[in-house]
Write a protein that binds this ligand. Structure first.
Ligand SMILES: [Zn+2]
Length: 462
């Protein structure tokens, strides 16, 4: 498997440190507001990685955090300023921040299920790992990488010489104003130092600590939770493009300063979802959420395919025509699978070749457009030659364990549908039209449409 690594800026071999077992951490949602599609691009990429690893026969331990405290509004600088996003939302909506966090976390799970994103093995919440964060901060203070000042604790960026390796934002570049603002505070030794623990008497979520009551900085949360569940060094860390700096840059500095070991072996970041040429952040105009798109008539799998068919690192323009295109592609796949054909000669050659090429495409830095092209070609070949249709359908279903874009596999439901159809046929024969209509309606509710043809009744999914 070859995969681009943000840290070394090249496509390199990816193999888990423990043979056959990948340990992966994904930066998850900050649960103050329903996430928009830009966030889901990162989660869908993580899901694609997980499914690809499983296709390769590796076991995956996947951890995705839930940030329910400490993520401040001005998060493009290492030492974020402004208000806690949850706190701000709580004040605006006159609700308890805990209540908002749980509500939005629920929406997150709802939306990711709509997009067929598999359950991670753990979803640790920041608020449930405060002791682990405090322990890590204590270790950083003890070994001189951090210092306390007036109830705040700061990480001393100057103590970590390779700061900036991931993002390019070295202290020299930051001094030259590369990243714009820095948070100047009188209690900091350097303007680039960032908070590990914050003292703020007005904050609604606070915990006791050796430095007084306060709350953790966003970056230390992921350092502490990833270490707890995946160890000092793990295989893969993912996130959105906005996480590279400052969030992941700071995670590396904290984690490596505590353990003295390499933190992450491979960094993967997806590209931006762009809107009218601008990156799709909360500031860039119309923000689409998953339910908004579903309301507009797109299936979750349409949205998923829209997110996955472009290479994960390329910028992806958010345009409804691209969602329409994804819907048409899915239609072609689903029709191919359901199509009734005259029995053709068995032939596994085309499907076997496609299987090898599909896998090779994914192993090549997740080349999904090539992987989809392989499937298209296979369908074209089968349609032309009439041979190997069963083998092709079987392979498409196999490929769908990674892509997850086909209509739900219908083996089991088929039997149920056939049973109801037989029951309806019997009802019609005995002129019990009330019963036969009821069965038709019942199936329609499940998205199954019955077609009475001279050859008998057929069904199709709507
Ligand atoms: Zn994170």
């Amino acid at each position: 498997m070859r995969l681009y690594d943000t840290l070394t800026r090249r496509v390199k071999e990816f193999a888990p440190r423990e043979p056959g077992h990948v340990r992966m951490y994904n930066c998850g949602p900050t649960v103050y507001r329903r996430n928009h599609l830009g966030n889901y691009r990162a989660y869908a990429t993580a899901d694609l990685l997980r499914r690809t690893f499983e296709l390769l026969g590796w076991r995956v331990t996947q951890v995705m955090n839930i940030t329910d405290v400490g993520h401040l509004t001005e998060d493009d600088v290492a030492d974020a300023a402004g208000e806690d996003k949850l706190q701000k939302e709580a004040q605006q909506r006159k609700l308890d921040p805990w209540q908002i966090a749980r509500e939005v976390e629920g929406w997150f799970h709802e939306d990711r299920r709509t997009l067929r994103i598999l359950d991670a093995h753990r979803y640790p919440r920041a608020t449930e790992h405060i002791p682990e964060m405090i322990a890590m901060i204590e270790a950083l203070v003890a070994n001189g990488h951090a210092y306390a000042a007036d109830g705040n604790v700061y990480f001393s960026v100057g103590s970590f010489p390779s700061y900036g390796a991931l993002s390019g934002n070295t202290v020299e570049k930051l001094d030259a104003g590369a990243s714009g603002r820095v948070e100047e505070r009188s209690d900091k030794r350097s303007p680039h130092d960032f908070a590990l623990w914050k003292h703020d008497p007005k904050h609604l979520m606070q915990w006791d600590s050796p430095w007084g009551r306060g709350f953790p900085g966003w970056h230390i949360e992921c350092s502490a939770m990833s270490r707890k569940y995946l160890g000092d060094t793990f295989d893969l860390h993912t996130g959105g493009p906005d996480n590279i700096f400052p969030h992941h840059e700071c995670e590396i500095a904290q984690s490596e300063s505590v353990t003295g070991k390499p933190f992450v072996r491979h960094w993967v970041h997806c590209g931006w979802l762009t809107l009218g040429g601008e990156k799709m952040s909360k500031r860039a105009g119309k923000i689409h959420t998953v339910p908004e798109l579903v309301e507009m008539g797109y299936a979750g799998a349409d949205i998923r395919l829209f997110l996955l068919k472009q290479h994960y690192r390329a910028p992806l323009p958010f345009r409804l025509e691209l969602l329409d295109e994804a819907r048409e592609i899915r239609k072609r796949f689903n029709n191919f699978i359901r199509q009734e054909r005259p029995p053709g000669p068995p032939d596994s050659e085309a499907a076997d070749a496609a299987r090898a090429r599909f896998r090779a495409a994914l192993e090549d830095d997740l080349n999904t457009s090539e992987a989809l092209a392989v499937l298209h070609e296979l369908m074209t070949t089968v349609n032309r030659t009439g041979a190997g249709a069963d083998e092709a359908v079987r392979f498409l279903r196999e490929a769908d364990r990674v892509l997850a874009i086909l209509d739900e596999p219908d083996e089991a439901p088929d039997a149920e549908i056939e049973r109801l159809m037989a029951e309806r046929e019997a009802a019609r024969r005995s002129r019990d039209f009330k019963r036969s209509d009821a069965i038709r309606d019942e199936l329609l509710k499940r998205g199954i449409e019955l077609l009475d043809t001279p050859q008998g009744t057929r069904w199709r999914r709507k």
